[in-house]
Every structure is written in structure tokens, then in C-alpha cells.
Design a protein around this ligand. Structure first.
Ligand code: BDR
Ligand code: CA
Length: 351
């Protein structure tokens, strides 16, 4: 499985990269950074440092969009720290980002992989700006990638930055609308499932006791535990981005439902909401036109408004959260044979 990750590397993005490095068969071909939890430059530095710690110091990291398609970037320092990784003392990366912008790297790597007969999986754990820019640069991109796994949205549950909106989608709704409605396979890993994947503080202590990379992951996660205490009522945090990374490797770990979805671009209270058509009779095959019946709602989500076209996504609607979290912790404690992390150890890349 060849993956190109696009991240606004904060705490759970870092955990997602560490997860991928620990998993056999997950080959990270590149990472893009994007505004979101922190500035795009900081996110790139954070990715570089995590990758170096995982023995993946040779994976190219490209800086991406500094701001959304519309409006200004808004960072989440309160949740991820000023540096995006919990403000623990750390040396920073040894390496530098590539010269190439993230959207250009994405198009180039996707084209190469497609022509080598091994199309990439794109994994977006931040705002969708780079993916949207890549689609604008090269519409053929949709035929070059295997699928696009996006951590974002809230379909049947409340939002986390707005009443109905989730942080990654709300940070660039126009970009999310472009990505969701493009003719490629989008798997949406929304708060509906990520809020079921809760890492308890006892598990973080297990990581801390192990030393090495797991202990570093435990250290950067402390601030996330602090902040989520107010939401969850206990010292624990959701594994939003690691769950999306796991779905990129093995979609069968979640229950997927094909749903028409639009991203709300206006709305006094709802900008950035992901509106799914859950109505009986909604026909994903036609982009969400509701089949009219005598007592059936006939107001179609239809082809969307002139602003936001309808996308048809495979939405993750259920997961065995505790089983996933145990799998995540075990993998960090014991990387799989053949994983990049073990290969990196052999190559002396780990700190
Ligand atoms: C998402 O928002 C970010 O703060 C997290 O890294 C995650 O990608 C959760 O809504
Ligand atoms: Ca993220």
C-alpha cells in the first residue's frame, strides 16, 4: 500500500505517521503539509521530526498551502500547542522540506505511481486545501489515485469547532467541497467514528513506560489529554488521524455506507458542515437524487447548489473503537516485521 499523506501535523497527525511507520505494508511515498493545527511551515517541520524519529527520514516532506482557498488560516494552538506537538522540549528536525510545493508533489507522485501500475492512496488528515489545489492543477488526478481517505466531517454527530462542523472541513470548506465532489473514491472518516476511538490515559502510560518512540508519542500527547478532559470528562483523547491512517491501510476496519454528501458553504451557523442525505430512497448512484415516491421526500439534494456540488462518498459510520485503539497501541509498542520503522532502526535513522 503506497500512501501519500497530507497533514497539518499536530498531535494526532504525528501519531498517525508513527502508526504508518509501524505497520508492515504501509509505504509512505511523501508527505505534504497544510495550514490547520499550525502554520504549514511548522507542520512540515513537525512531520520531518516525527518521520526522522520513526526511521523515515528519507521520506520527502513538501510545504503546502499557507491558507484556505477563501479567508485566513486559523490555528489550533490551544489543542496542539504553539509548536503543534504539545510544546515538549525537542530538537526539531535535521532535514529540510523539499523545494516543491505539496500540491505539485502530490500530482507528480500520483502520476508516477499510476504509470508504475501501483496507484497511491491519498490520506488527508488536515484541511483539504492541497488536494483541491492538486485537482485544479491536474483534473486527471482523479483517475490516477486508488482512493482518498479524508479525516473530516460530522454526519450524524455534533461538530467539534462549529455546531455541525468538524475542524478539518471547517478550516477550508471550499476545498473540501471540491475534493468530496470530484469523481474519485472518497472515504470519509468523520467524527462519527473517530469519537469512538478513544485513547485512555492508562494506554498512554503504557507507551510512556516503553521508552523510545512510544514514550515520545506519549509525551507529545499529554496536552491533548489535558484539553480533551473537558470534552470527555476524563483524561483521554480521540485518535482522529490514526484511525484515518488505519482506514487507508485497511478500509474493512470500519463499516462503510455510500452516502451523498455536500459541504455547506453558506449558513449562519452551519458553514463547513458536511450534510449527508440519510433519507430513505436517496440514490447514491445518481449523486443523491431522491427517487420520488408517494410518501417520499422529493426535495432532492440533487446536484447541489451552484456553490456546492454533491459528492458521493463512502462514509465510515461504525467502528469497534476499543479494538482499534488496542491495535494502535500494540503496533506502536511492537512495530510489525517489515515495517518502515524496523527497517529505519536497522538503517540507524532513529534517535
Ligand atoms: C481533526 O482536527 C485536527 O485538529 C486534528 O488533527 C484532526 O485532524 C479532528 O477534527
Ligand atoms: Ca490533523
Amino acid at each position: 500500500m503506497r500512501i501519500l499523506a497530507d497533514c497539518d501535523t499536530g498531535i494526532d497527525d504525528a501519531l498517525a505517521l508513527a502508526y504508518l511507520a509501524s505497520r508492515a505494508g504501509a509505504e509512505l511515498v511523501g508527505v505534504g503539509s497544510v495550514h490547520g493545527n499550525v502554520a504549514a511551515e511548522q507542520a512540515a517541520d513537525n512531520s520531518l521530526e516525527v518521520l526522522e524519529r520513526c526511521g523515515l527520514g528519507t521520506v520527502p516532506v513538501a510545504v503546502g498551502a499557507r491558507r484556505p482557498l477563501v479567508g485566513d488560516a486559523r490555528f489550533a494552538e490551544e489543542w496542539h500547542g504553539r509548536d503543534g506537538l504539545g510544546d515538549v522540549a525537542r530538537p526539531g528536525p535535521r532535514g529540510l522540506p523539499t523545494e516543491e510545493p505539496a500540491a505539485v508533489q502530490l500530482v507528480r507522485r500520483a502520476r508516477e505511481a499510476a504509470f508504475q501500475g501501483e496507484p497511491l492512496t491519498l490520506l488527508a488528515t488536515g484541511p483539504c486545501t492541497n488536494l483541491a489545489l492538486a485537482l485544479l492543477l491536474e483534473p486527471e488526478l482523479t483517475s490516477w489515485v486508488d482512493r482518498v481517505v479524508v479525516m473530516g466531517g460530522a454526519l450524524r454527530v455534533p461538530g467539534n469547532v462549529g455546531l455541525l462542523s468538524e475542524a478539518n472541513i471547517a478550516a477550508d470548506p471550499e476545498a473540501a467541497a471540491i475534493v468530496v465532489s470530484a469523481p474519485w473514491r472518497v472515504v470519509l472518516v468523520s467524527l462519527d467514528v473517530t469519537m469512538q476511538a478513544i485513547l485512555e490515559h492508562e494506554a498512554v502510560e503504557r507507551l510512556a513506560r516503553a521508552g523510545g518512540l512510544p514514550a515520545w508519542c506519549a509525551a507529545v500527547t499529554q496536552l491533548y489529554l489535558d484539553r480533551y478532559q473537558a470534552v470527555l470528562g476524563r483524561r483521554a483523547c480521540p485518535l482522529h488521524d490514526p484511525l484515518a491512517a488505519a482506514v487507508a491501510c485497511a478500509p474493512e476496519i470500519v463499516r462503510l455506507e455510500t452516502l451523498p454528501v455536500v459541504v455547506e458553504l453558506r449558513g449562519e451557523w452551519t458553514r463547513g458542515a458536511t450534510v449527508a442525505d440519510h433519507r430513505r430512497g436517496a440514490d447514491p448512484a445518481t449523486g443523491g437524487h431522491v427517487r420520488a415516491g408517494p410518501n417520499e421526500a422529493t426535495e432532492p439534494l440533487a446536484s447541489g447548489s451552484e456553490l456546492s456540488p454533491v459528492g458521493v462518498v463512502e462514509a465510515a459510520v461504525d467502528v469497534d473503537g476499543p479494538a482499534f485503539v488496542e491495535h494502535f497501541v500494540s503496533l506502536l509498542l511492537e512495530p510489525e516485521a517489515g515495517s518502515a520503522r524496523l527497517a529505519g532502526e536497522a538503517g540507524g535513522e532513529r534517535r
